[in-house]
Ligand binder design. Structure first.
Ligand code: ZN
Length: 201
């Protein structure tokens, strides 16, 4: 039997933090210790920030982004191109594209990808809203910026099937040799995709 070293309140904190991505029980224990040691400059501000997040942050009813205003500040931005909707799996993907500053368009967050083995079918994703948005006469192109994984690609196939018959162009991100990539180090799948997507110079 393992010896009890901390009270149930501390154990609960450790268990909750250990559910976060990237934090196992060991690093969660370290994080809890750091929080408890730094009560004023870490624990209390974190507790306030969490309370505020619970009270103010919600899912945008239009695109599925997370924000304190509704519709979100991306949907409400009049400078963005209304004719292009970029479809992503998660809010983190939207943030990544915004950080890279490559596009000034509308977004649509699916909330994951199709995964029949985990019981995630189309009804669990934010797909019906996307189909409805695609029917708007303002929208000319749907860019499926989904992960280059088996699940991401089968989700992209499913969505392009659903978009059949609607007057929009459907596109997806290019796949191939990454910037700075050396051919010798690429996996076979990436090399094959790069060959298929070759273009004239
Ligand atoms: Zn939005």
């Amino acid at each position: 039997m393992s010896r009890k070293i901390a009270g149930p309140e501390i154990e609960r904190l450790v268990q909750l933090l250990a559910r976060l991505p990237g934090l196992g029980p060991r690093s969660s224990r370290k994080a809890v210790l750091a929080l408890l040691k730094r009560r004023n400059d870490l624990l209390l501000p974190l507790s306030d920030a969490l309370q505020l997040a619970i009270a103010k942050i919600a899912e945008c009813p239009v695109c599925g982004n997370l924000d304190t205003v509704s519709p979100c500040s991306v949907c409400a931005d009049p400078r963005r191109d209304p004719s292009l909707i970029v479809v992503v799996e998660e809010v983190g993907d939207l943030w990544a594209l915004e950080r890279a500053n490559v596009v000034s368009a509308q977004y649509h967050v699916l909330g994951g990808h199709l995964s029949p083995l985990d019981g995630i079918g189309p009804e669990r994703l934010n797909i019906p809203n996307l189909i409805a948005r695609a029917r708007s006469p303002d929208v000319k192109e749907i860019l499926l910026a989904l992960n280059a994984t088996v699940e991401g690609q089968s989700t992209a196939h499913y969505i392009s099937d659903q978009l059949q018959g609607i007057d929009v162009a459907v596109s997806r991100l290019a796949q191939g040799v990454p910037i700075g990539g050396e051919l010798d180090y690429l996996d076979d799948g990436t090399l094959a995709a790069a060959f298929k997507a070759r273009r004239k110079v």
